[in-house]
Design a protein around this ligand. Structure first.
Ligand code: FES
Length: 98
């Protein structure tokens, strides 16, 4: 039997394709993981690296589920704001706010 999902479970997908990696998506991923641990959210928020999402020109790209909310042009320094936005409203902030 697999692990049951909670209603609040959230997954933050971070593109680790070549173009997004060149724009520091690996550092963004690391900061998101650190932020999740710092906020003790490991039970409800996961961060996962993905292959290219097909929108390289907009990267680094992040998709937050549920909702499949796309955050384009996310920067490592905006990891805390992204997580805080998720906590506050349950949705990722618009990338123009980061
Ligand atoms: S490398 Fe990230 S969208 Fe293509």
């Amino acid at each position: 039997m697999g692990k049951r999902k909670t209603a609040q479970e959230c997954v933050v997908f971070v593109c680790a394709g070549d173009s997004c990696s060149d724009r520091k998506s690996r550092k963004l991923y690391k900061r998101l993981v650190e932020g999740i641990e710092k906020r003790k959210l490991s039970g409800s928020v996961r961060c996962v690296r993905t292959d290219c999402m097909g929108r390289c020109e907009d990267g680094p790209n992040v998709i937050v589920c549920p909702g499949a909310i796309a955050v384009c042009g996310a920067k490592p320094k905006s990891a805390d704001e992204l997580l805080d936005g998720l906590l506050k409203s349950g949705v990722a902030p618009d990338s123009s706010e980061l």
